[in-house]
Design a protein around this ligand. Structure first.
Ligand SMILES: [Cu+2]
Length: 258
């Protein structure tokens, strides 16, 4: 029922992650509450027009309401709102920020935002990221990869494309090279600010194979809109492995910056 309401009535954008269901459900419940309030107020409005019409009430009543019905109603509404916050919003939030999946069972990606693109880095076929340090960071080496670490040799760095495996959790370590950006993938219901000097992890589990737009959700400069040129590709494990291999081969070819 909530799913039908989210898709057909609210027309929420396509949902392609498992953790996004809680976000959408909350939006549906909030709309149901607002709909109930809307109907209630409309009914009260017409009741007041009729009940307090000038013909029946030639003189103003200076005392007003004598019972406590409105207090009880307001308490009920506040109670429902508290329930939405405590029983739904907070658990969804705590699961998204606190309960990370184990890294060895996830696709781990590093993303560094910059004006106006997304740098994306993978550990490569060996599954181990090369060492990184702030002292190695240059305009070309935005991830600060240690050039002497052998684990870094097969690491993959691409621009504006994030590939992940369907039905496997994704952990993204997010940072920024220059100003504050915000990685927003609407289909995943995932959004996190990218802040220079901080490395902030986020996670989600994609459930539908497809290609989804990445947006920057902070006005980060004159080319801000160009950051929607980033894409998240959700694919099968086999396709993902193939892609990693193709990019890794390119990374060790003599034509690369190495
Ligand atoms: Cu941006």
């Amino acid at each position: 029922m909530t799913q039908w309401f989210a898709e057909k009535v609210l027309r929420l954008p396509e949902l392609a992650s498992s953790n996004g269901r809680g976000v959408d459900d909350l939006m549906v419940y909030v709309h149901w509450l607002m709909f109930a309030l809307f109907i209630g107020w409309i009914i009260y409005f017409f009741y007041a027009l009729y009940r307090f019409r000038a013909r029946r009430n030639p003189r103003a009543d200076y005392v007003g309401v004598r019972n406590h019905a409105s207090n009880y109603l307001e308490l009920t509404v506040a109670g429902i709102e508290a329930l939405l916050l405590v029983a739904i919003a907070v658990p969804v939030w705590s699961k998204n920020v606190g309960q990370f999946p184990p890294a060895d069972k996830s696709t781990v990606v590093q993303v560094v935002a910059q004006q106006f693109a997304w740098n994306v880095r993978y550990a490569g076929p060996d599954g181990i990221f090369g060492k990184q340090d702030m002292k190695f960071v240059t305009a070309d080496n935005v991830f600060g990869v240690d050039p002497s670490d052998p684990h870094g040799k097969d690491d993959i760095q691409v621009l504006n494309e994030i590939h992940v495996v369907v039905n496997k959790p994704v952990i993204i370590y997010l940072s920024s090279k220059d100003v504050i950006h915000s990685l927003k993938i609407i289909a995943m219901r995932a959004e996190q600010d990218a802040i220079p000097g901080l490395r902030i992890p986020i996670w989600f589990t994609p459930t539908k194979i497809g290609r989804y737009q990445v947006n920057c959700a902070q006005l980060c400069g004159s080319g801000h809109s160009a950051m929607s040129g980033g894409f998240l590709t959700v694919e099968s494990q086999a396709d993902f492995d193939k892609w990693i291999k193709s990019k890794s081969a390119a990374a060790v070819s003599p034509s690369s910056f190495e």
